[in-house]
Design a protein around this ligand. Structure first.
Ligand SMILES: C[S@@+](CC[C@H](N)C(=O)[O-])C[C@H]1O[C@@H](n2cnc3c(N)ncnc32)[C@H](O)[C@@H]1O
Length: 227
């Protein structure tokens, strides 16, 4: 079956229809290789990877209607909480071979898988570190165009603001995938989202906010710009 691949309104993201499903795609920068168990779709001599919104808060934010996620071809990115690299691998397609990602995670087990991903994808550098320890990150990370954070832990907002302040270029984008239950299990997620919004607004300009249900329970995405 020949599928029609269309450009998405999000830069360097594509989409197609499969039956009743709408699939989000990126163009594979390492053709003929799967980075995870994703489906590959070939079309007109190009190859696309299917991006699962249930595994990626960034994909779910796009499917929930975010008009702009901030990433551009050639961008330098600080990705805090890369884990095994699922979402990082799609960001790697979006920024392309001219772009670069500093991929940080605190867990040695996740880092082991991430290192294998970095052998294939030359635009990602794996860094085993605590995102909260910016004095150590400072020795390894340069100024960046985008900060993306998904660390799912109690002090996630403080960590985000600290890294944004230190590494994000003027006018750069900062994306926070927020897990309400990691901040306070006793509060309603919407209450946590509102409190975080008020805190972020003091330091950044929020350009988009999405709750990520049904793809991600009790999560939201803030997309901000440095003032
Ligand atoms: C929800 S997972 C990230 C999933 C990943 N962003 C994706 O979409 O493929 C959260 C990750 O944050 C990492 N993490 C938690 N606290 C951290 C910290 N202080 N510094 C760096 N990584 C941290 C965890 O080890 C875990 O791998």
């Amino acid at each position: 079956m020949v599928m029609e691949i269309k450009k998405h309104k999000i830069f360097r993201v594509f989409h197609t229809e499969k039956g009743k499903m709408s699939l989000l795609l990126t163009e594979n920068i390492i053709p003929n290789q799967r980075s995870f168990d994703e489906e590959l779709i070939s079309h007109d001599g190009r190859e696309f990877r299917v991006w699962d919104p249930r595994r990626s808060k960034l994909a779910s934010s796009i499917l929930k209607g975010s008009p702009n996620i901030g990433f551009r071809e050639g961008d330098i990115v600080l990705y805090l909480g890369s884990s095994h690299g699922y979402t990082t691998s799609f960001v790697s397609d979006i920024v392309g071979n001219e772009g670069f990602i500093f991929a940080i995670d605190i867990a040695p087990r996740a880092m082991r898988d991430l290192i294998f991903l970095c052998y294939e994808r030359k635009n990602i550098a794996p860094i085993l570190a605590d995102a909260n320890k910016t004095d150590i990150l400072r020795e390894r990370v340069s100024a960046v165009d985008v900060v993306y954070q998904d660390v799912a832990q109690k002090h996630q907002v403080g960590i985000f603001l600290k890294n944004t302040e230190l590494f994000l270029k003027e006018g750069g984008y900062a994306l926070l995938a927020l897990k309400a239950r990691s901040i306070d299990v006793t509060k309603q997620p919407k209450q946590v989202f509102m409190e975080v919004r008020q805190r972020l607004e003091k330091e950044l300009t929020i350009i988009d906010y999405r709750e990520l249900e049904p793809f991600q329970k009790d999560h939201c995405m803030f997309i901000c710009k440095k003032k």
